[in-house]
Design a binder for this molecule. Sequence first.
Ligand code: NAD
Ligand code: IPM
Ligand code: MN
Length: 367
Amino acid sequence: MKKHVVLLPGDGIGAEVIQSSQKVLDVIAKEFNHTFTYATHDIGGTAIDNHGTPLPENTLEACKNADAVLLGAVGGPKWDNNPSHLRPEKGLLAIRKELGLFANLRPVKGFEKLLHASPLKEEVVNGSDLLIVRELTGGLYFGTPSERRDNGNAVVDTLAYTRSEIERIVDKAFQCAQLRRKHLTSVDKANVLESSKLWREIVEEKKSEYPDVAVEHVLVDAAAMKLITNPTHFDVVVTENLFGDILSDEASVLTGSLGMLPSASLREDSFGLYEPVHGSAPDIAGQGLANPLAMILSTALMLKHSFHLEDEANLIESAVEQVLSDGYYTADLNIAGAGKKVGTEEMTQLIVDLVTEQAKTKKEVEL
Ligand code: NAD
Ligand code: IPM
Ligand code: MN
């Protein structure tokens, strides 16, 4: 198979972990006779510095012409005081919107070995395996331009959704649930927000199209509590943009670190942008300490969703499982003393070696 992948390293640890993805893709290509071609482009703060805008036109064009995109992370203190249109985050929001990536899938699965890396009790976390389906191109992030009024002393942000925007994400979530344990939790704030009332109505309407899926509605504040007190209750969680952003960082606590959570930003066709849930981690950037596993697992999601290479994706996921059960961990995982601490490059090399080894074994078995 021949595929073209655009790499958007972005800022901070984004640039470090994107290299891990490329190394893992190279070994997959070698072992399975695929050809992956790459083009690297600027986004975020780096793009502001190099081109005066967080999403240069040629970055967007390159993404439009690619089979899939891998994105590291954007942002950092250097640009924090920039005006809104010159913030790195604007580049990320713009690329999601321009590419029509309305569905952000954030799987949250605790690895056995990391059970005690979570600050939560082992018996609470054990067995948690959920999927957050976050609406990604609407809501507060994309309301009519936020404005300052009253000489800068009053502000307005708007939370807007259309019926069709809600319908397509709800459909996506139902379809995900059908492929999993057939349980859907719709999270909203329907006791207060008009947008949530419409959201809830649409979920209710859609129920009859997916009779095999059990549906419940949970208010976002209660959902935040339940997510960490009873995480095994959840299978698929569907919610609007900002709620999904907050709940997914919260859910990362189940896995032991934000550095473990991958994501896929999708639309109706097979194209996708794959990005870890974490940010540019300015506090550890440039030190070779970043956990590359969220980015590597995002790469596996790309192989699965955009290229339909299930076996290759599964191999990466099992290499991650293996490296952890072999006792290797990066500094963000709180299992000090219980294993071998490694940096970004070493962790990546361990995954590359395991993928090579497992691919060879697989070929021998198939012969
Ligand atoms: P962050 O996710 O960058 O970091 C939060 C904490 O988690 C930090 O202590 C960091 O060191 C740690 N961490 C995150 N990823 C890690 C990894 N892979 N390995 C080890 N440790 C990891 O969030 P923040 O500090 O709130 O934001 C920093 C910048 O990143 C901001 O500019 C923010 O806007 C941006 N951001 C970007 C994205 C994105 O590009 N998708 C996502 C979130 C935040
Ligand atoms: C994420 C990030 C982004 C978001 C920021 C950087 C705009 O937090 O991808 O989760 O809020 O969507
Ligand atoms: Mn976030």
